[in-house]
Design a protein around this ligand. Structure first.
Ligand SMILES: C=C(O[C@@H]1C=C(C(=O)O)C=C[C@H]1O)C(=O)O
Ligand SMILES: NC(=O)CC[C@H](N)C(=O)O
Length: 805
């Protein structure tokens, strides 16, 4: 193989004709065309980190600024066409990418296509794009190269692949292709036939400055040094071409992304209302400490919270547990995406209620505003929460936070009058957001037994005020006697009357096949499919029994399946019992964001050791599942933190999570208000140094959890919604706290049950609890294996709903 290299190379010996800006020291500009992929910001990061360039992001469904592509591209040194879902044969999937290939010779500029961008390049130059015999998603393979051109010095490179389609260079229509494209790299594919076929991994146009790679140089499992060399080689050739062509990005451009989405929304009045409701919250969290106490979290919560009253408890088996305590200034909010309705409820005095209409972005603005205005400046230095909001964001709220490409199937909740979701009465009244404004709380340091009693309400700080009273109360308190027997018979008496509706096996298996069909078509690289089990129970007859039932059930769950993020909530009609092992997003008060997705699960059993679990989870299938999510959350964090701001701490490590072994990845990002990531650069609110504001924004931009959707996130969600045909509700959403000191932490709502039944014996004699369970479907999944995995996860929660005798 001796690719013909055309008439120009990277040495750039020719003299510029005129007006070259080569001497300019300002970073040169690259235009990145984003096909709504979940790896886009990883590409932006590797470009900016490697080439000292500035990247502008333009989504495929954008209009060319001023309707003039040629004019606009003069600002740029080169264009990078990114990866994405779908098929380059369809204009909706590549959008403006296609326009680039039709640039007149006089306006040519260097182009580098990645995966979908590469396929678009090949297709336009006569190479058909077809389906692979088996998709290659999240798989790390060694490719061979021609060792020339952009692969100078790189003979074999290990790279990550995320594609279902490929450029069939040996198809009959190829004769014209070989006239203009040279093959620079290829992969030997063992497709089961006697002869091993080779598929193109990189090409270059012979006359035009167009390159493309089928693999993902930005993936954290692609050989980093080699991929950076590849980009530097390309960049040399870009500069060489531009010099000869006497072109090059010039002029100053705003640091914005180009997309059809209007990011402006009027500031919501609700924000001022929420601020008024928080008037009693001061800028200090005062505290008292009770050293080395043996009081349990359950005992403390029972001592300070009335059964059935709004309560949130985070009972971590990590360092700290948090228990909310009501105060005269307590209030809570509920938001419905479908109705675009916000309701505030005062918990004391006359139980005042306020309602307002606002859109999802305005809700985030309101939350940011309150967190900024009510910043708490000091408190106990060791504890992660001083006061603020505790509660959840549902999966449907998360979907409403995603950008939808123009013309894509919209989510019903954004436009209540059109494209309604399938009727789903069980989810009808479930608030999509429910948050408790919490001034008083108790923190238990699980490692020392120390208890911190804290409050941001000024009257509580006075001597002999609530802090001192509570200290005394807890000092004189002892653990509640073990009521396991009476609790068991109480719970069993209700559970015995329960009806559990399990998902239908045949239906779930059909849904697995439907997912696989989308994976094979190139629509997704991984789909996290789930289904729901519902449990219908009699409502206990007495008011007290109704109030204590969820709490007692929670205690049973906590005991049966202790988890890193066990949590309980009762907020209005909503009750949540969670034994989630998975952290979604947390942030400290200074600048660090952390995400720890979990993907790859095996059930514990007497003959399943950690060693064996590592062997199973070390398979191509399991590693690929986790790697895809690892790359997805790197993208999510790069969108906030920008190039240079994201680091992988742990990649694909197996951990013990109670009843299962799971594989996790741990990624950290540093927020730098002066160098924000592409996803948030347009937000003026983020000039603030307050980490609460950045953390909330990261939450808004990173929902829904990628481990619960698959990648690319937006397109995967569209398919999952159609295939699952239900609202997931709180399952797949997140639950956690927003700390007025600046921090925050949210876990993924899995291994949990929730109910939104009205607690009124007269109106509703039955209550329905819902448990979601599922798993990531890849092309390597087996139908049987996925059904079993779903059942394993379901059992961790469903077991506590079955009577013990
Ligand atoms: C979908 C669930 O879990 C998700 C899927 C996992 C997997 O595929 O291994 C692991 C953890 C979660 O991100 C669930 O628990 O219902
Ligand atoms: N990662 C990608 O860009 C994938 C491209 C295309 N959707 C495929 O599956 O082949």
């Amino acid at each position: 193989m001796a690719p013909m290299l055309g008439s120009w190379d990277g040495t750039g010996t020719a003299q510029p004709r005129s007006g070259s800006n080569a001497a300019s020291s300002a970073p040169k500009r690259i235009l990145y065309v984003d096909a709504y992929d979940s790896f886009s910001y990883n590409v932006v990061a590797i470009l900016e980190e490697t080439l000292n360039v500035k990247v502008t992001v333009m989504t495929i469904d954008s209009e060319w600024p001023n309707g003039n592509m040629n004019e606009f591209l003069r600002f740029y040194e080169a264009v990078v066409l990114g990866p994405g879902p779908g098929d380059p044969n369809l204009s909706k999937d590549v959008g403006v990418m296609r326009d680039i290939w039709n640039l007149p010779d006089s306006d040519l500029l260097p182009v580098f296509g990645i995966c979908l961008g590469f396929q678009s390049l090949c297709l336009h130059h006569g190479v058909p794009i077809e389906r692979l015999p088996y998709p290659l998603h999240g798989q790390v393979r060694q490719i061979s190269t021609a060792s020339t051109d952009v692969f100078e010095g790189l003979s074999a490179v290990e790279v990550t692949l995320y594609h279902s389609l490929y450029a069939n260079a040996s198809a009959p229509a190829e004769s014209s292709a070989s006239d203009c494209l040279d093959l620079l790299a290829w992969l030997s594919l063992d497709d089961g036939s006697a002869a091993k076929s080779q598929i193109p991994m990189a090409v270059r146009h012979r006359q035009k400055p167009f390159w493309g790679v089928q693999f993902h140089p930005e993936s954290c499992k692609s050989q980093r040094d080699a991929c950076r060399t590849l980009l530097r080689n390309w960049w040399r050739m870009v500069l060489g071409f531009n010099k000869i062509a006497n072109r090059g990005g010039s002029g100053s451009l705003p640091d914005a992304t180009i997309s059809p989405h209007d990011h402006t929304s009027s500031f919501p009045d609700a924000a001022y209302e929420m601020l008024r409701w928080s008037a009693s919250t001061s800028a200090f969290s005062a505290f008292r400490s009770l050293e080395r106490s043996s009081l349990s979290v359950e005992t403390i919560s029972e001592a300070l919270n009335q059964p059935g009253a709004p309560t949130v408890v985070f009972q971590s088996n990590g360092r700290h547990s948090i228990i909310s305590v009501p105060s005269p200034g307590s209030w809570r909010l509920e938001y419905s995406v479908e109705l675009q309705n916000l309701t505030l409820y005062q918990l004391h005095e006359k139980g005042q209620v306020a309602e307002g209409c606002l859109r999802v972005p305005q809700l985030w603005d309101a939350l940011r505003y309150v967190m900024e205005m009510k910043k708490v400046h000091s408190g106990h230095s060791q504890v992660p929460f001083w006061g603020g909001f505790l509660g959840y964001f549902s999966y449907e709220l998360s979907l409403a936070c995603l950008p939808h490409p123009k013309g894509s199937p919209q989510s019903s909740y954004e436009h209540p009058t059109t494209n309604r979701a399938p009727p789903d009465t069980s989810a009808e009244d479930l608030p999509d957001v429910s948050l408790l404004w919490c001034e008083r709380s108790i923190i238990v340091d699980n490692s020392t037994g120390n208890i911190i009693i804290q409050s941001t309400a000024e009257p509580d700080h006075r001597p002999a005020g609530w802090l001192d009273e509570t200290l005394q109360l807890l000092q004189n308190h002892s653990n509640i006697p073990n009521e396991e027997d009476s609790d068991r018979s109480f719970l069993d008496s209700i559970l015995r009357e329960g009806k559990i509706s399990y998902p239908e096996e045949g239906n779930y298996k059909e849904q697995i096949d439907a997912c696989k069909a989308e994976l094979e078509a190139g629509e997704s690289y991984e789909l996290c499919l789930s289904c729901e089990t519902s449990i219908n129970l009699p409502t206990p007859t007495t008011k007290n029994d109704r109030a204590v039932f969820p709490w007692k059930l929670y205690k049973r769950l906590k005991k049966y399946n202790p988890a890193a993020f066990s949590a309980f909530a009762t907020l209005g009609n909503v009750k949540i019992l969670s034994s989630s092992p998975e952290s979604f997003l947390s942030w400290d008060r200074e600048s660090t964001l952390e995400m720890k997705p979990m993907k790859g699960t095996v059930r514990k059993s007497p003959d399943m050791s950690m060693e064996k679990a590592k062997e199973i989870l070390g398979s191509t299938k399991e590693m690929a599942e986790n790697l895809m999510i690892a790359d997805l959350i790197r993208h999510d964090l790069y969108g906030i933190c920008g190039p240079g701001g994201v680091h992988v701490e742990k990649l694909l490590e197996v951990e013990d999570h109670g009843r299962v072994f799971s594989m996790i990845t741990h990624v950290k990002g540093e927020v730098r208000p002066d160098r924000l990531g592409v996803a948030v650069r347009h937000m003026p609110q983020l000039k603030s140094p307050n980490m609460a504001v950045h953390g909330l924004t990261a939450l808004q931009r990173c929902l829904p959890p990628g481990s619960m959707t698959g990648a690319p996130k937006e397109r995967s969600c569209v398919h999952l919604k159609r295939i699952e045909a239900r609202k997931r509700g709180i399952y797949s959403g997140v639950m956690g706290f927003l700390d007025l000191g600046g921090g925050g932490s949210f876990s993924v709502m899995i291994r949990m049950a929730f109910s939104c039944s009205v607690d009124n014996r007269d109106e509703n004699c039955r209550q329905t609890w819902r448990i979601g369970a599922g798993g990531a479907i890849t092309t390597l999944s087996t139908t049987e294996g996925e059904w079993d995995e779903m059942l394993t996860k379901l059992r961790t929660v469903c077991t506590v709903f079955t009577p013990t005798t």
